[in-house]
Design a protein around this ligand. Structure first.
Ligand code: ARG
Length: 586
């Protein structure tokens, strides 16, 4: 479906042209004064400069032309030169009916085929999943769903940090503790020898221990670095141990992400890029880009216009090991070969922006991706505690994601106890969904680049711009439809507009497509959060003012039920794209 502003723009462009003006002056936008009009065009001001005429004169001529149009109730020239537009109720109703029948719920679809890879999540294997990775998962999942909802092909790749020093640290520590394990022997044979089974608790204890030790003990640090290098060179015993570490970590990650309603299409990691590292080095050599600096192999990426220092990107360290940039560049070779994407979006902490500038520049210089392939770094801000500093546990440690989910679920449970739950199990399940909706909505309502404060009471509130409020509104619609005995997904018929609030609700529904379009253009799900709140709160006003269930005029009653069904459908669509699950009762 086309958005209403697009439809109106075509009409107003036609009117400008019919009056002898450039048609491009006819761009229409939604009005910010709904009390005056629904839409407006400000093209007469630019026209005034072009044609040396008063803007109001141009606006009057164009508005006069628009009188003939069948979808407009009103087209008015307003001093000093605005053109204010209001749609006929009959048109609003028919547009809303089209949304109801549209399989994409009125969301405009991309005109060209496009494949986007989204690199998000990015957890580090062997380290516990902490809330630093929460935002990447929440925002990335929503952007992936948004790209799909607007007709694009989108693939989510978790890009596991599974090949770096953290693994070397774990291996070195396990070796110190268990020198007799076969995987540490030089004659380890992958066909006949096995590795002892590990578990999450062991891994979550070993990593921080080893990390701390490496800061105090130089010899241990060297050992961990050597283990990293040996692993990257394919030492069989280390590879076997690494696979076991991966098995345990990936299991744990999948469980946590599933709770968050986050699903990846590709479970590739930095290790999968290893096989392209040689290709990368050869390519950079062939292009004459690689040179030695302090024993390391580097590529210059500075540009004349740089205002801040742009250090060369390191491809191989002096000990020949690969680093973060190496794997990101090698991964680009892999992605280009396997998917030839039109765009790659990286949803990563904004403090990594320099790294990505270096990687993107190097990739362009080396021609790793075609010029038209967009590489987008979508940096996000930090989730802070009430002290304005990165969110910590009570004792000052890094909060683990599983603990955060637990804390919020318990708070949701306590808040909702006393409501009419079917069973204890039912209450648990709903508390978890409400808790996760609270976390996700509380995050996504902020523009991704901004820091925000994690405020459990605010996020769990049943009023205002929160996940629970949206879930609650949906359950309320459910109960109305239930009481009226209508199937929420039945076909709808709306026969008229009977009140101003009903008109406001219809207009909010009709503008949803524009919001999705804007959100995908800006790669910013926060616009969906604002709109879903808007829709829920207009519906709440409408519901308070109209006694839907007891209305005696059957046409009115049916229209209002139909509007409730359509509102529900759109609220659910927003939630689906935000990656938030709804509940039928709470
Ligand atoms: N594992 C990284 C980290 O924890 C994030 C990975 C982001 N993606 C990428 N392609 N570098 O910081």
């Amino acid at each position: 479906m086309q958005t209403i502003t697009k439809i109106l723009t075509e009409i107003v462009e036609g009117a400008f042209a019919a009056c002898g003006y450039e048609s491009r002056l006819g761009a229409v936008s939604t009005s910010d004064r709904l009390d005056l009009c629904q839409f407006q065009c400000n093209g007469a001001f630019d026209g005034a400069k072009l044609y040396h005429k008063a803007p109001f004169m141009i606006a009057e001529e164009v508005a006069a032309k628009l009188q003939e149009n069948s979808i407009l109730e009103k087209a008015e020239a307003v001093r000093p030169g605005f053109i204010n537009l209001t749609l006929k109720d009959s048109y609003l109703l028919s547009y809303a009916a089209q949304i109801a029948a549209d399989q994409n719920a009125g969301i405009p679809q991309a005109e060209q085929e496009e494949t986007i890879i989204l690199d998000y999540g990015g957890p580090n294997v062997a380290k516990p999943l902490h809330i630093g990775h929460l935002r990447s998962a929440i925002i990335g999942e929503s952007l992936k769903r948004l790209a799909r909802a607007t007709g694009r092909k989108a693939l989510g790749d978790i890009h596991l940090g599974d090949w770096g020093l953290q693994i070397g640290l774990v291996i070195a520590e396990l070796e110190e503790r268990n020198p007799d394990w076969k995987c540490f022997a030089d004659d380890f044979c992958p066909e006949t020898d096995s590795v002892p089974a590990l578990d999450t608790d062991t891994l979550s204890e070993v990593y921080p221990f080893a990390s701390k030790k490496s800061k105090e003990d130089e010899a241990f640090k060297k050992k961990a670095q050597a283990a990293t290098y040996d692993l990257q060179s394919g030492r069989p015993g280390y590879m076997a141990l690494w696979k076991e570490i991966m098995r345990v970590s990936v299991d744990d990650l999948k469980r946590n992400y599933e709770k968050l309603n986050v699903y990846f299409d590709l479970w590739y990691g930095e290790s999968d890029a290893e096989q392209y590292v040689n290709t990368l080095v050869e390519l950079l050599q062939d292009k004459g880009l690689l040179y030695e600096s302090d024993g390391a192999q580097v590529v210059d990426v500075a540009e004349e216009s740089d205002k801040a220092p742009m250090p060369p990107v390191i491809i191989k360290k002096s000990d020949h090991s690969s680093i973060y940039a190496t794997t990101d560049l090698a991964t680009l070779i892999q992605r280009q070969k396997d998917f030839a994407p039109d765009q790659i979006w990286y949803i990563v902490d904004k403090r990594q922006s320099l790294h990505f500038s270096q990687v993107f520049r190097c990739a362009r210089k080396a021609g790793i991706v075609p010029e038209q392939t967009a590489l987008e770094f979508l940096g996000f801000g930090t989730m802070n505690g009430s002290d304005g500093k990165p969110y910590k546990t009570r004792d000052g440690g890094v909060m683990r994601l599983a603990d955060l989910i637990e804390t919020v679920t318990t708070a949701a449970y306590d808040k909702m106890s006393g409501s009419g739950f079917v069973s204890e199990e039912d209450q648990q399940e709903i508390a978890e969904k409400v808790g996760i909706a609270a976390i996700k909505f509380g995050d996504l309502i902020n523009h991704r680049s901004k820091d925000y404060i994690f405020d459990i009471d605010k996020f769990l509130s049943f009023e205002g711009k929160t996940g629970p409020y949206i879930l609650y509104t949906i359950t309320r619609i459910h109960s109305i439809l239930n009481k009226a005995g209508v199937n929420p997904d039945a076909e709808i018929t709306m026969s008229g507009v009977y009140s101003d609030l009903e008109r406001e609700l219809l207009l909010t529904i009709a503008l949803t497509g524009e919001v999705f379009q804007h959100a995908v253009e800006e790669k910013a799900p926060n616009y969906l959060c604002e709109n879903v709140y808007q829709l829920a709160s207009v519906f709440s006003k409408f519901y308070h003012d109209h006694h839907i269930l007891t209305e005696s005029d059957p046409e009115k009653k049916n229209t209002w039920l139909a509007l409730s069904m359509l509102t529900r459908k759109l609220l659910l669509k927003h939630l689906e794209v935000l990656g938030i699950e709804a509940v039928d009762h709470m």
